[in-house]
Design a binder for this molecule. Structure first.
Ligand SMILES: Nc1ncnc2c1ncn2[C@@H]1O[C@H](COP(=O)(O)OP(=O)(O)O)[C@@H](O)[C@H]1O
Ligand SMILES: [Mg+2]
Length: 392
């Protein structure tokens, strides 16, 4: 079901500028569509036509099946949360009251609205007990953006429009806000149209992404498809030469990528564990505890040293692990963070059961697999096209 739908939408400003040119786009319920393109390509204009801050010159926009042009703008905007880069918080109102603004305007009791506002602040990662009574100028830029998101959610709108909401904060804070936004979205499941000029952000946040040229969509597809098979030269140059790197963030770790080192348990006798490791030619083994959850690893004892006692007397802790399905990018950054030559991969669907380890070589192979799969898909599509042309 499409929550938002643009049908042949064109916007020509008074001075003749065509900001949006015959746009067709749809956003499914609960989906995040990112709209990415260079400055001036018509992203903001596209957004502002949804909540009727601008009117299309031709074409129409359907919200939940109804033409927005036929709806009262004020009522429409209550059902569409809007977050922009320069969040306009009221400077003389506390963070809690800023967040509760819309519900209070809509006639909700102040106490109820403030209770809900406190929940929302918590949801966006601000402690209401700490930040709720502060004023906007007592918060950092990143914290103010969070308040903006909380406020947009306060009236519980089905649709959120976000126009470069994290554009003004530094890259580290931006990445944190992006992660929190994804966590939040998993809970609230809004339909989101998210504008950015940052391709990384579009790839990371979008279920699908629309790459804009001048007022037109050059490609509308999943991030993996856009990165793997750019539709034309424009998209290829926009997604850039570090496509392989960006693919890291859209390719998941799979079972087939994992290696299987010997596995021993904490309570096993070390001598037996060492013998098993020598037999399989391994220099180390993964150590699990009694519940088969990850404890760490144990090196093979030097030849001639006694392997006394249980494995627990020799084992070392290992904190570097990932859930199956995490991105290769996450795997790579975890390896760097722990300075680890391997990381354990656990099954979140099965009580974090140990599945195997990912090494840098496995990571490289997974990346190759992902790039090759796309190359094959493009060849197949070409063959199909030729077949169709030949038959036609
Ligand atoms: N009110 C306006 N009047 C005339 N031209 C405008 C107006 N708003 C935006 N534009 C022009 O429309 C084009 C698209 O602008 P905009 O939608 O803001 O792009 P983006 O958000 O992608 O940077 C630009 O050329 C911009 O100068
Ligand atoms: Mg803009």
């Amino acid at each position: 079901m499409n929550m938002l739908r643009f049908e042949n939408v064109t916007k020509r400003y008074q001075d003749g500028t065509v900001a949006v040119d015959d746009l067709n786009l749809e956003v499914a319920e609960g989906e995040i569509v990112t709209l990415v393109g260079p400055s001036g390509c018509g992203k903001t204009t596209t957004m502002r036509m949804v909540n009727r801050l601008e009117e299309p010159t031709s074409g129409r926009i359907l919200f939940d099946g109804q033409d927005v042009a036929e709806q009262d703008p004020v009522k429409l905007r209550r059902r569409i949360g809007y977050v922009i880069q320069q969040v306009g918080l009221f400077p003389h109102r506390t963070i809690l009251d800023n967040t509760a603004t819309v519900p209070v305007l809509l006639g909700e009791r102040r106490a109820t609205a403030r209770r809900r506002a406190a929940e929302l602040l918590e949801l966006v990662g601000l402690d209401p007990a700490v930040h709720g009574d502060r004023y906007p100028d007592q918060l950092s830029g990143g914290q103010r953006q969070r308040v903006g998101v909380a406020r947009a959610l306060a009236a519980d709108p089905p649709v959120l429009l976000m126009d470069e909401p994290f554009g003004a904060v530094d890259p580290v804070v931006r990445e944190r806000l992006q992660n929190e936004f994804l966590r939040l979205q998993a809970e609230v499941r809004k339909t989101v149209l998210f504008v950015t000029h940052d391709i990384e952000e579009a790839v990371r946040l979008g279920d699908r992404m629309a790459v804009y040229g001048q007022g037109r969509i050059e490609q509308f597809d999943s991030p993996a498809a856009v990165l793997g098979a750019p539709a034309n030269d424009y998209v290829a140059s926009f997604v850039g030469s570090d496509r392989g790197l960006k693919r890291l963030s859209v390719t998941p770790v799979e079972r087939g990528d994992l290696e299987q080192p010997p596995v021993v348990h904490l309570a096993d006798p070390m001598s037996a564990a060492a013998a098993g490791m020598r037999d399989s030619g391994a220099r180390w083994a993964v150590v699990l505890d009694g519940d088969d959850t990850l404890h760490g690893w144990v090196p093979i004892p030097d030849a001639g040293t006694a392997a006394e006692g249980p494995v627990s007397a020799h084992a070392r802790r290992m904190e570097a692990w990932l859930p199956l399905g995490a991105s290769l990018k996450k795997a790579f950054s975890t390896m760097l963070q722990y300075d680890a030559g391997w990381i354990a991969v656990l099954d979140p669907a099965d009580n974090d059961r140990f599945l195997g380890v990912l090494t840098p070589a496995g990571l490289h192979e997974a990346l190759r697999r992902s790039i090759d799969a796309d190359a094959n898909a493009i060849e197949r599509a070409d063959v199909e096209l030729e077949t169709v042309t030949a038959v036609g």
